[in-house]
Write a protein that binds this ligand. Structure first.
Ligand code: DGL
Length: 266
């Protein structure tokens, strides 16, 4: 048993979808969540900047004695995961990409679409990892850079968002004719309703859900599951955005939470 919290982070509020999964599947686990709201979005920034930001957050979580870190951000996973694992070999650091890839391959998908940020698509990490596990798989990816800023602005359930999703997906879905779509950004489960409505035949894979299954497996194997922990979940934001507060409020209605402002070192 290990009652230390799990550290979870994202560029903003998207990773809260991972925390919601964590609470659903592993309700005994406690978390420290960091949303880098002051510097979101990561997906349109350079790899050097993304590595620096992710590194600062992981350093903070390690100093706060977390037992595991979940990088609830595809962009940070794509760009920084390998370096962070090398820097902190003693702490399990899980990214959102590998668990999603495993699930897609285990389900026998032969042709998949991936939507993600610009940085994730440019890294081709989904393509590389999917082909490494299933050499014949056909992978098509496209970046949807305006979706994250609209979500962070609180415009998720609006016509503007529906049109934005349609703008990115219409020809992408029609041209490639796949049945399986990976939501390769932890913000995107929040627009899954629009995708279902526009393209009802598509089966969606959410990286948030798969990463929690992987975390549960690792904690079980290492006998590190929590039980009766007294630790209170902590939410940090690098800028106190109204939407971040509203999202925590909406997702964790019955929890008594407090959001702290976190200054990340330059
Ligand atoms: N949720 C992050 C991801 O999964 C969003 C990245 C961004 O800030 O652009 O990639």
């Amino acid at each position: 048993m290990d009652n230390r919290p799990i550290g979870v982070f994202d560029s903003g509020l998207g990773g809260l979808t991972t925390v919601a999964e964590l609470q659903r599947l592993l309700p005994e686990e406690r978390v420290i969540y960091i949303g880098d709201t002051a510097r979101t979005p990561y997906g349109s920034k350079s790899p050097e900047t993304i590595k620096k930001f992710a590194g600062q957050i992981v350093d903070y979580l390690i100093r706060h004695n977390v037992k595991m870190i979940i990088i609830a951000c595809n962009t940070a996973t794509a760009i920084a995961l390998d370096d962070l694992r090398k820097k902190y070999p003693a702490v399990p650091i899980i990214g959102v990409i590998e668990p999603t890839v495993k699930k897609v391959v285990n389900d026998g998908c032969t042709k998949v679409g991936v939507i993600a940020t610009k940085a994730t698509v440019s890294s081709d990490v989904y393509g590389k990892e999917l082909r490494a596990m299933a050499p014949d798989i056909e992978v098509h990816s496209t970046a949807c850079p305006a979706i994250v800023p609209l979500i962070e602005e609180g415009l998720t359930d609006t016509k503007i968002m529906e049109l934005t999703v349609q703008h990115y997906l219409d020809s992408f879905v029609k041209d490639h004719d796949f049945e399986h779509l990976i939501l390769g950004c932890t913000h995107y489960p929040l627009v899954a309703g629009h995708i279902h409505k526009l393209y009802p035949g598509l089966k969606l894979y959410s990286s948030s859900e798969e990463v929690v299954n992987e975390a549960a497996e690792i904690l079980r194997e290492r006998d590190m599951l929590a039980s009766g922990s007294e630790f209170k979940d902590r939410y940090y934001a690098s800028d106190m955005s109204d939407n971040f507060i509203a999202m925590v409020d909406m997702l964790f209605k019955d929890t008594d939470f407090k959001i702290h402002l976190l200054m990340l070192e330059e």
